[in-house]
Every structure is written in C-alpha cells, then in structure tokens.
Design a protein around this ligand. Structure first.
Ligand code: ZN
Length: 461
C-alpha cells in the first residue's frame, strides 16, 4: 500500500503538464498512474487542479554556519528554503574555515545534519594555498563541485576565505591543472579584482558613495575581463568550470562562444540580475548591494535572451544572510556595507511568475531551477524530476494565485535585510512543499519540527 496518493493535479512530466496521479512509498515516487486508476494509499491528497512540479534545487546558497551563526544557521536558512519550494540546497564554502579538506567538510556536514530542514549538497573550497587537497577532496566523493574566488581574502575576513582564493595567474594555473584531474567542475566568482579595487578607490576619492557608485566601481568590463581569463585557463587546462552569478549579457556572450568552441563551462545567473536593476541599487542602497552589482534595465532585458537560448544552465539565489547593522552602516557610504542579500525563498516564485508574464516557458523554468541543477551537479535522477524511483520532492503551485512579499514572514534569520523585493506582488503562489514524502510547507507555513530531517546528497560517479 502507498503512503500517499496525490490526485487531481497537473503533473509536470517530461516537459508537459499531465493529468496523472503520483503515489509515494518510503519517501520515493512509487507509481505514476492514469487518473482513472486509483492505487490504494493510506492518505490521499486532492490538488484541485493545481500544478505539481519537482522540488527546486538552489545551486548557490550561503548559510554561514559555523563561523557566523549570528547571520544565519542551517536551521533558519533551510526553513526559508522550504518556504520557497527549495528541497535541496547547494552550500557554498564561505565559512570558518572554508571546507578545503575532508576533515573540515566532516564538521560542516555534521552541523548540517543536526539542523537542516531540507536536503543539502556541499561545494568544496579550491584555492592556491592548498592545491594538494583538490584531488583528495574530489575523490572523497561528498562534494558536488568546487568554488574559488579570484582574489586574495578581503581585508579582515581571512578566516572566512582560507583555502578559497586563487590570487594570481600562477595559482590559477596550478589549481586548474589539479582540477582537470578530477571529474568535478569549479565555480568561479568572476570579477577582476585589480580593476574593482582601483575603481572603488576612485569613487571614494570623488566622494561618490551612494548605491549607484557601487555599480560604477564594478562596471561590465570587470566581469567580462575575468570571465575571459577563466575561460582561457579552462580551455588550456581542460578543467571544467562554472561562471557563478553572471550579471551581464556581454559575459553571457563570451560563455556562449566558449561553449560552441568546446570549453566545458556552465553559466549560472541569479534572480536579482533578472528582476532588479541599477535603479533599485540607488533606491535601496546597501540592501540591494551585491557582487557583481545590479545592472541597468537595458542589460537586464538582454540577459533574458541568454536565459531562453540555453546559455544559462541554471539559476541560483546567492542567498546571503547578514546582520542588519552590516547593511545599515552602508546607508551613508555604500562601500561600508557587506555585499549580498537573502533570496532562497523567492527564486522559484519569481521564475514561475515570469512564466505567467510570458518571459519564458514553464519547461524552461523547471529546467533552470530543478532539472539542470540536478543533472549538472550529478544528483539526477534522485533529485530534480518527477519519475518512478526518484525522491518524492514535490512542489504544488497555483498558477492563478498571487503572493505579496512580506519580509516579516520570511523564515531567514536575515529577514530584516530582505528589503529589495518587500511588498512586490508575484503572480504565482506556492501551496505545498514535500521532501521525500513529508510535507514541509503548507500554505506558507513551514513545519518547524522538521529540524534535522534534511540529508546529505552526494553526486553519483
Ligand atoms: Zn555567492
């Protein structure tokens, strides 16, 4: 007998919505049946014609735990994930210390197991300080990818960036050569550090310190220059790379061209480069400050072309919790604020809302937030799809529904800084989120007893 039978919904199967029933047994999808066939089940769930899609996977999440739990921890930030239909997070390695070896990874996994509400994957830290750890950590088998930054640790944050930075060409060549020996790819934060530092100094000297100055200090060329460099090294060494949070169509064009030439590269972008723009940065100041910065609407419009033409492989939130005072100190000087803001809860609703607005198809949206994250990080078909044998990670949404973003209701510990989308109406509503057969969220309310329900997901060989 099935544990749960979900009926009367439009189920996303192989790119189309089908009127079938989905049966769940022991946390997995056990049967997909015609609607007139009714297998026996302990519980029934009637969707009343709403849509059933795979649970979303967030490829870009920062939790901070351990090291900076005052900003957020594995429990609070995965409550926020569950609220947003995210059933698996991929945690980036900025922590104290970053996980550049198996022992540090052990500790982070233990902390995640004690707290996570949703399933989780880990990136490993890759850097020029410990190149000998790269192959070992890949062979350990528990990380889905690597991450590195193309600059030395920011002032005063060495403990958070130890083993995570690739400071010069020599280091870059060394780590890429090591990476090429593994079957994993590395995500690059691609902004030209020298140029950003130079232009930031210039803005400060000229007393330009409002939100827009942050964008002026990191113009398009800073991203383009850095992406070009990473692609060049990827081509020469054969290493597989991801360009994280691409913010410009110019950067996307380089990646598109590289893909055509056989470079193994994935492109990620984030909702804020598609739904916010440079005017929001001027308006909300530090609360809309992120790296790379928000771009003018003209570039935002063109970025959508690359979402639709297949250049963008997946969309990650770059969810970044911080304390309120770490943001407000930038109200009089944008350069004094930290970069990044929360968003794991809104990625799926925003994309589904964009489907309704005709910006992309439902198939494309599911590909970018569910299927491709699972496929590229090799946790498919356990995750990211509705099929027999997959984990029963499911989201019910009402395409006729709407939601108004209210930061007071945000489950993230960093809800106070979740300003840029606050009050925005989104033309979609998530009704139910299920992870391995268990209901985690119903009508916006997350099951707060689900602490430690989340499990580590490792890539298949
Ligand atoms: Zn990030």
């Amino acid at each position: 007998m099935l544990d749960l039978l979900i009926t009367n919904g439009k189920v996303y199967l192989d790119g189309v919505l089908s009127e079938v029933s989905v049966g769940i047994k022991d946390g997995k999808i056990a049967v997909i049946a015609d609607r007139d066939v009714q297998p026996e089940a302990e519980k029934m769930l009637d969707l009343g014609g709403k849509c059933l899609i795979p649970g979303a996977i967030d490829t870009h999440m920062h939790v901070r735990d351990p090291g900076h739990v005052e900003r957020g921890n594995f429990y609070t930030e995965t409550l926020a994930a569950a609220a947003g239909g995210v059933t698996t997070i991929m945690e980036h390695p900025i922590s104290v210390p970053p996980q550049y070896n198996a022992e540090i990874l052990d500790n982070r996994i233990r902390r995640a197991e004690e707290q996570c509400v949703v399933d989780f994957c880990f990136y490993g830290a890759m850097g020029g300080e410990f190149p000998e750890e790269i192959v070992k950590l890949a062979e350990d088998g528990r990380i889905v990818a690597f991450k590195t930054f193309l600059h030395a640790a920011p002032n005063g944050r060495y403990d958070e960036f130890k083993g995570l930075t690739t400071a010069d060409d020599g280091q870059l060549f060394t780590v890429m050569t090591e990476l090429a020996k593994t079957d994993l790819f590395c995500a690059f934060h691609a902004e030209d550090n020298d140029l950003c530092n130079f232009l930031t100094k210039k803005c400060k000297e000229e007393d330009r310190v409002t939100g827009r100055a942050h964008a002026e200090s990191r113009p398009v060329i800073t991203e383009v220059q850095s992406i070009e460099r990473v692609l060049r090294f990827a081509k020469e060494t054969g290493a597989k790379v991801e360009i994280a949070h691409v913010s410009t169509p110019q950067g996307m064009e380089l990646i598109k061209e590289a893909k055509r030439n056989g470079v193994k590269v994935y492109a990620e972008t984030c909702p804020h480069y598609l739904f916010l723009n440079e005017d929001d940065l001027e308006k909300y100041g530090p609360f809309a400050k992120c790296n790379p910065p928000l771009r003018p609407q003209e570039l935002v419009d063109r970025l959508w072309d690359y979402v639709n033409d297949g250049t963008v492989d997946y969309i990650g939130s770059d969810h970044s919790p911080f304390l309120l005072e770490e943001k407000t100190r930038g109200l009089s000087d944008i350069f004094a604020a930290v970069s990044g803001f929360p968003g794991v809860d809104l990625r799926l609703p925003l994309m589904l809302g964009a489907v309704k607005a005709g910006k992309l198809t439902l198939q494309k949206a599911i590909e970018l937030v569910c299927e491709n994250p699972a496929k590229k990080f090799r946790i498919f078909p356990q995750k990211g799809t509705i099929r027999v044998g997959a984990d029963a990670d499911l989201v019910v949404f009402d395409p006729e529904g709407t939601m108004v973003v209210d930061k007071a209701k945000n489950y993230s510990h960093a809800r106070d800084i979740a300003v840029p989308y606050d009050g925005r109406e989104i033309s979609c509503r998530l009704d139910l989120v299920i992870l391995r057969g268990r209901i985690l969220m119903e009508n916006g309310v997350v099951d707060e007893n689900a602490r430690a329900y989340g499990k580590l997901v490792c890539p298949v060989k």
